[in-house]
Design a protein around this ligand. Structure first.
Ligand code: ZN
Ligand code: ZN
Length: 137
C-alpha cells in the first residue's frame, strides 16, 4: 500500500503519471495535491494508512485523542526544565516533593475544570508524545 505524504490519499499500486517537462516525459509518483506517494504502514490504533517513515507507529489523530493529564506528565518527564524558586522553599522541600505538590495542584485544577494546556503542550512535543503513547500499545 502507498499513501500520499501530504493529503493522506492511498493507492494499492504506485500511480504512474506521465508529465511533459518540455524535454521529454518522465513518470513519477506525485499525487494530484503536490505530495508524493510513499510506502505505507497502518496506524496501530485505528488502522489508517500512514507513511512508512512516519515518526510514530500511531497516526496524528490517534496521538491527539489519547492525550491525558497523565500522558502530559510523562512527556514532561522527558523534558525537565530549570526554574528559579524561593530559596527558603527550596530548603524545605526536595525537587521530588515540589513535583508531588504541583501534581496535586494540577489534579485539583482538573477536577475544578480549570483550563489546562496539556493537549497543546503534548502536541508541541510530538516525538515525545509518540514515545509515551507507543508504550501503552
Ligand atoms: Zn496527496
Ligand atoms: Zn490512528
Amino acid at each position: 500500500m502507498f499513501v500520499c505524504n501530504n493529503c493522506g490519499d492511498t493507492a494499492d499500486e504506485l500511480p504512474e503519471y506521465t508529465k511533459d517537462y518540455g524535454f521529454g516525459c518522465i513518470c513519477d509518483t506525485e499525487c494530484y495535491c503536490g505530495g508524493n506517494f510513499v510506502d505505507a504502514k497502518q496506524c496501530e490504533f485505528c488502522g489508517k494508512w500512514i507513511p512508512q517513515d512516519n515518526y510514530s507507529s500511531v497516526c496524528d489523530e490517534c496521538l491527539e485523542e489519547n492525550i491525558t493529564l497523565e500522558t502530559a506528565i510523562s512527556v514532561g518527564g522527558q523534558n525537565y526544565e530549570y526554574v528559579v524558586i524561593n530559596g527558603y522553599l527550596a530548603s524545605e522541600f526536595t525537587a521530588e516533593e515540589i513535583e508531588t505538590i504541583l501534581r496535586r495542584e494540577l489534579e485539583e485544577a482538573e477536577k475544578l475544570n480549570k483550563k489546562l494546556n496539556y493537549k497543546k503542550y503534548c502536541l508541541e512535543k510530538k516525538q515525545d508524545l509518540a514515545n509515551e503513547i507507543e508504550k501503552e500499545l
